[in-house]
Design a protein around this ligand. Sequence first.
Ligand code: C2O
Ligand code: CU
Ligand code: CU
Length: 502
Amino acid sequence: MRIKMKITALAISILVISGCSNANSQPDEEIDHSMMNDEEMDHSMMDMDDNMMEGHMSHDEVVSLNDSTGENELNIPSELERDDEEGIVYTVRAQEGKTELFDGIETTTYGYNGAFLGPMLRLEKGETVKIRTINELDENTTFHWHGLEVAAEADGGPHDVIKSGEEKIIEFEVGQEAATLWFHPHPEGKTSEQVYNGLAGLIYIEDENGKSLGLPSDYGINDIPLIFQDKTFDDEKQLNYSAAMNDDGTIGETLLINGTLNPKLTVNKEKVRLRLLNGSNARNFTFKLNTGDSFVQVATDGGFLNEPVTLNEVTLTPSERAEIIVDFSQLNTENDLALINEDGSILLPFEVSDQDGVVSEIPEKMNNFSLTEEEMNLPVTKEIELFGMMDQVTINGKKFDPERIDFTQQQGVTEVWEIYNKPDMMGGMIHPFHIHGTQFKIISRDGVEPPENERGWKDSISIKPDERVKIAIQFKHKGVYMFHCHILEHEDNGMMGQIKVE
Ligand code: C2O
Ligand code: CU
Ligand code: CU
């Protein structure tokens, strides 16, 4: 009986593991099931309630995205105009509105300073910025500045609730280098739904170094932000979050880029800088050109790489960014050109006009990011273990508790954190791990130095099942910050902790 039970368990787990080959769950072939003793195996089978089974099964049904037909020119988020009164630099309003995504149909959506998504806020390194945030929604929200190094009181985490109809002014000095950041809501248990409904906007930080590099920077012409989000629309073409919702990450078959359905991008024959943001609740993307041509990555989440890195594809998990440069003056434009996903689905067709543009060289040296010997040799002082799936997700075995501080760290002191994604008997899945209020450096992935395109500032990192990542991290400001999985449903399900910087 015992043996039979074990065999069944093995058979099921092998079945599940081998069927799970989508972007969001990474089967780990290397898990040695013989390592599990009978007791563990039986125990883990018992623990697996129907809910978990079903949820995990739904992994292998992760839909691929519909191809973009390219019938709509890509929307470029407007650059928010600066205010003039009372020293306020920007006013950002969270609103509900109607958006015509499908011809003749109004979809109810959320947005900042508009019906859907948000504008781009341009900040200059060194300036002091006051932002007035206003909640015009019928529910609580917060305004979180993802990737921004600010004091926790300006960070907009779950403690920073702004009630419906209320507002708050935050003030901070932009202390970090040029980068593409973003902002989104963070109310406890409601982040995923509010982001899904459309709350997300961009922040461009600029500095002298960035401007001296001569990279494409004509906003909307050759400097193009691309916010990738997948959605499910119901029969009425509405975003029905509770119907679409999956505890393991809400995935949709319809891609919107900058809120545009079936987008295409018209470019000149020149180098074009694409600022990629995976703004999805849960879907991972691996971007490549349909022709197989390479492109060059110039920036990570939090700044420029030291040198441009030539790639054929780049993977971004939720909340990660990469700036890439595609040289349309060098591509054969006789073919249909498009940005595609790993599985071949067409994300963004390009139309290349006859117009030439400026084709300047990408400088060989762009930044002076460094990971010192000293930082690399610091002992690990914080260990973080990510585990579970569905609503059973935990960090170090615990779920988020707003009253509990999980770690403390001294302001301005570098520590090494080791983050481990502990696989479960079904393999586990990638968790994109994010920390508020700071940009950090990856020391190693499973003991090996990170790939070249990750040798730059990061605020979110993809961690595979059974992978162990070491990072060097420092906080410039004080207060209580969140760290969490950026699969938004995992975050809402409690895969989040708090660090107090003092
Ligand atoms: Cu993108 Cu806790 O944030
Ligand atoms: Cu964040
Ligand atoms: Cu997760």
